[in-house]
Design a protein around this ligand. Structure first.
Ligand code: NAD
Ligand code: UDP
Length: 324
């Protein structure tokens, strides 16, 4: 149990989602009082079921596009669907969640004098023409495409964070998260890691969009959560934005081969059309996080993939999701 003076009341919006549930778990284990707020659009009670009986954990079903009146010391604002399939399902709601959700959470932070961290994204760089992407790069984003509800929503949320910081002296933190994976990803969220693993475990064809030569850099969830905590508590007053991601870059073909090898699957590759505005490359420049937060990802792809494969295999074996 944390000393009372060190214990904080921490709000995690989107706390029943993939990243949020790991963050809640870590904060509870560190002795903080955690309020998890989620509307369960893409999150699930199962992700936080193991925390429900804990005296430091509280769950509230709430949509962040509506005001929230609670008393807190810190806010991690994660509420927003993250997979392209989910955020394009109801694009207007995605923009509302990012923009109105940010306004509501910033208003809450202003009233309670809480420090507030925004889960921004590498998508603010769009289809980047600078590679790897440093924080100083302003990005190459299509404002009217199918990904824009997410990209522009997140960009506007960053604008709001920095305006509240300048105008109202709010204590903000902004991290730009690059593709992160691990247990509790939604098995049907359409993201590449979950898709490939589910397809491999079911012996289905692995769907490569485009020629598979586009790249991404994959960060394991535990590393990311460590980055969140370091950013929130950093003693330099660093507000960000700070890139958080694993700089090891892979093509989607390389990822598919790794998944096939590690699952021992006999799945074949099939090629499907590339979704529009799909970024061709993505790799974080993490110099800032390394120098200011002393943060470096510790888990490399083979180890992280193994843990994720075991998680999905468990879901199938326990009958939570069909084997085929
Ligand atoms: P996720 O979809 O698993 O989690 C998002 C959570 O937010 C879900 O539990 C969902 O139900 C909840 N939510 C959505 N709209 C809401 C609303 N209006 N009110 C309340 N709750 C709402 O996604 P994730 O991967 O855990 O992503 C979490 C955050 O991190 C998101 O803000 C996302 O943009 C950001 N991010 C994630 C990645 C990644 O690779 N996982 C990369 C970049 C940024
Ligand atoms: N992708 C793929 N097959 C799939 C799902 C995704 O080849 O079944 C590709 C997708 O086109 C993109 C990359 O994998 O180039 C990462 O996609 P994801 O949806 O995980 O995240 P993004 O980084 O595009 O937001």
């Amino acid at each position: 149990m944390k000393k009372y003076s060190l214990r904080k009341r921490v709000l995690v919006t989107g706390g029943a989602g993939f990243l949020g549930s790991h963050l809640c778990e870590r904060l509870v284990h560190e002795g903080h009082e955690v309020l998890c707020v989620d509307n369960f659009f893409t999150g699930a009670r199962a992700n936080i079921a193991h925390l429900l009986g804990h005296s430091n954990f509280e769950l509230l079903r709430h949509d962040v596009t509506f005001p929230l009146y609670v008393e807190v010391d810190e806010i991690y604002n994660l509420a927003c669907p993250a997979s392209p399939v989910h955020y394009q399902f109801d694009p207007v709601q995605t923009t509302k969640t990012s923009v109105i959700g940010a306004i509501n959470m910033l208003g809450l932070a202003k009233r309670t004098h809480a420090r507030i961290l925004q889960a921004s994204t590498s998508e603010v760089y769009g289809d980047p023409s600078v590679h790897p992407q440093p924080e100083a790069y302003w990005g190459n984003v299509n404002p009217i495409g199918p990904r824009s509800c997410y990209d522009e929503g997140k960009r506007c949320a960053e604008t709001l964070f920095f305006d509240y910081h300048r105008q109202h002296s709010l204590d903000i933190r902004v991290v730009r998260i690059f593709n992160t994976y691990g247990p509790r990803m939604h098995p049907n969220d359409g993201r590449v890691v979950s898709n490939f693993i589910m397809q491999a475990l079911r012996g289905e064809a692995i769907t490569i969009y485009g020629d598979g030569l586009q790249t991404r850099s994959f960060c394991y969830v535990d590393d990311l959560v460590e980055g969140f905590l370091r950013m929130m508590s950093n003693p330099h007053g660093l507000v960000g934005p700070v890139n958080l991601g694993n700089p090891h870059e892979f093509t989607m073909l390389e990822l598919a081969q790794a998944v096939i090898a590690q699952t021992g699957s006999c799945s074949q590759l099939v090629f499907r059309p590339l979704p529009s505005d799909d970024p061709k490359q993505r790799q974080p420049d993490i110099t800032l996080a390394r120098e200011k937060l002393g943060w470096m990802p510790q888990v490399q792809l083979p180890e992280g993939l193994q843990k994720t494969i075991e998680y999905f295999r468990g879901l199938i074996e326990q009958g939570w999701i069909p084997a085929a």
